[in-house]
Ligand binder design. Sequence first.
Ligand code: AMP
Ligand code: ZN
Length: 137
Amino acid sequence: MADCVFCKIIKGELPSYKVYEDDLIMAFLDINPINKGHTLVVPKEHYKSTLETPDDLVKHLAVITNKISRAVLKATGARACNIGINNGAESGQIIFHTHWHIMPRFAGDGYELWKGKDTTYGEGEIESVAKKIADNI
Ligand code: AMP
Ligand code: ZN
């Protein structure tokens, strides 16, 4: 897409710190990292989010993300990482071109994920939520 930042990076119209490339995928450093080594894994073809991305490409993204994650850990000395995928604006997605975050994590680095409100199910609600999801697969 003409006005997409990641399409421009893939076409070489914007600079990036590339760590990996194959026919279908490119990976480069996030310019606003949560920790040094934070890497984005991006399909070359433009899809709005992982939800719209074809299954075969998602499989390839998963394999390559896992491979690059091991390299990020080795390169940064981290022993752990989060893989992050934001699908849609309400989830925090700001670039609407599929990408998976590899975020190296360190003890005491100050991040706490999913901290927040208590969400509890009402009487019988958990069963109906599970059924609704199962029925939609
Ligand atoms: P998301 O919230 O999942 O859409 O995250 C988009 C990510 O892209 C953010 O972490 C940004 O820091 C990162 N980002 C935005 N522009 C660039 C760029 N030109 N090069 C590398 N990373 C970028
Ligand atoms: Zn794009």
